[in-house]
Design a protein around this ligand. Structure first.
Ligand code: UD1
Ligand code: CA
Length: 456
């Protein structure tokens, strides 16, 4: 098998986006467009992936830091042909696949069919084309009377007759490396934009007597180039629809899916129901038979089976089987909730392990703690974890009952089975099975009111 080098063009300015941010870093389904393209390049088993960067290159390189990708620099943006040439250190032999950093919707299925089409027919160069009802802005595929490929003409260089062609160039191409290098060397920039066009390579190959393949895909959305914010919004809608289709077909119910947002990295188990207004992001894994939402956001979290999350936000946390979160709870990073727990309304949890069967029903702050099993934290309990300089730990052992409006001044430890009276401010450790009361005794002044009224 030939060695496959994939070159991703991501050096352009993206003027039509009207943005400080390089175009390829605008997000689709929560991830910069170019990251989707790099993932695809790796999925089709490229031997090496090279991303051509230029405009905003530090930002683009940073956005791809964790990916398997090399970088080539195009100092000045002289066109797509010039951009591929900037990667010539990497393209000596084998096959070269060119993808565009601003075309993030291409699927693995279409791309691998295209590569197979190119190989099976022994073409020297192949491209993906499609038919667009409104082809404006795209390069057009010019064919002869027999329907054979002749060349590509860019929108800006096209005659009125050529502008009426509805078959467009996706920009995605695959080439024999040696031929590509020669063709790139021969490119001229005598066109309206004064650029070296990659598209002219196909005509060069054709005129040199070598076969050019045009793979016409019917999934025209997939090859859409994202040049402005209108296209970005359309891409988002399409990409989300694809992700949610896969999820629904795998046995997950999405109620009013058009109101739900799910990133491609999220995994969801069978018979889970996702309700309207719910957002699932990052490395989130969700078990089966959960109910998520309405209106919840879960980020980089691991959720087991039969969990409920209602009107709540969960970040970098884990929730074990059959626990219920919300409405209106906030689990901040490193919250580890056990089985069959309840974290109720207006409860905030941060960096805290909570044991099985524990209930934190309302209006409570649980920060920097270890809470055992079957504990009850009453309404308005506060883990006073911060002294203005350092954070301290609160430990609560199994079967403890903490009354309402208790302040636990950390570091502090409450032993197994202890009770804390409502309204206490606990500054010292509480021994096992003790009752701690830490508040002023109540004084009732009899008939006080009558005397007060008389003296007024
Ligand atoms: C390009 C194609 C056009 C095709 C369309 C599909 C050319 C000449 N035209 O046009 O036929 O229909 O894509 O979406 O190839 N880039 C660089 N360096 C440069 C110029 C561009 O890296 O000097 C990158 C851009 O960052 C972008 C990609 O190449 O990711 C495409 O460039 P863009 O300017 O968007 O090309 P189009 O005008 O859309
Ligand atoms: Ca484009």
């Amino acid at each position: 098998m030939n060695r496959l080098t994939t070159v991703i063009l991501a050096a352009g300015y993206g003027k039509r986006m009207k943005s400080e941010l390089p175009k390829v870093l605008h997000k689709v389904s929560g991830e910069p467009m170019v990251r989707h393209v790099v993932d695809l390049a790796n999925e089709v088993e490229s031997d090496q992936v090279v991303c051509v960067v230029g405009h905003g290159k530090e930002l683009v390189e940073k956005a791809l830091m964790d990916k398997k990708v090399n970088f080539a620099i195009q100092e000045v943006q002289l066109g797509t042909g010039h951009a591929v040439k900037s990667a010539s250190d990497y393209i000596k032999e084998g096959e070269v696949l060119v993808l565009f950093g601003d075309a993030p919707l291409l699927s693995y299925k279409t791309l691998s069919e295209f590569i197979a089409f190119h190989r099976a027919n022994h073409y020297t160069a192949s491209l993906i084309s499609t038919l667009f009802e409104d082809p404006s802005g795209y390069g057009r595929i010019v064919r002869d009377a027999q329907g054979d490929f002749l060349r590509i003409v860019e929108h800006k260089d096209a005659t009125a007759e050529e502008l009426s062609i509805k078959e467009i160039n996706s920009g995605i191409g695959i080439f024999e490396a040696e031929v590509l290098i020669k063709a790139l060397d021969s490119l001229k920039n005598d066109n309206k934009q004064g650029e070296y066009y990659l598209t002219d390579v196909f005509e060069w190959v054709k005129l040199s007597g070598m076969p050019v393949g045009a793979f016409v895909t019917s999934d025209s959305y997939e090859v859409m180039g994202i040049n402005d914010r209108m296209a970005l919004a359309e891409a988002e809608k399409y990409h989300q629809t694809q992700i949610k289709k896969q999820i629904m077909l795998s046995g997950v119910t999405l109620v009013m899916p058009e109101t739900i947002f799910i990133e491609k990295s999220v995994q969801i188990g069978q018979d889970t129901i996702v309700e309207p207004g719910t957002i699932l992001r990052g490395a989130t894994q969700i078990g089966s038979q959960c109910v998520l939402g309405p209106n919840s956001e879960i980020i980089d979290s691991k959720i087991q089976n039969k969990v409920k999350v209602m009107h709540s936000k969960v970040t970098e946390s884990s929730i074990d089987d059959a626990s219920a979160i919300g409405p209106f709870a906030y689990l901040r990073p490193k919250s580890r909730i056990g089985k069959n727990c309840k974290i109720g309304d207006f409860v905030e949890v941060k960096n805290c392990e909570i044991g099985d069967d524990t209930k934190v029903s309302h209006l409570t702050y649980v920060g920097d703690g270890v809470v055992g099993k079957n504990v009850n934290l009453g309404c308005g309990v506060v883990f006073v974890n911060y002294d203005g300089a350092k954070k301290h730990l609160t430990e609560i052992e199994d079967n403890v009952f903490v009354g309402c409006n208790t302040n636990l001044i950390a570091p502090v430890k409450v032993g197994k089975g202890a009770y804390i009276a409502a309204g206490s401010t606990i500054t010292d450790d509480v021994p096992e099975n003790a009752l701690a009361i830490a508040r002023e005794r109540q004084v009732n002044k009899t008939n006080w009111s009558n005397k007060y009224q008389k003296n007024k």
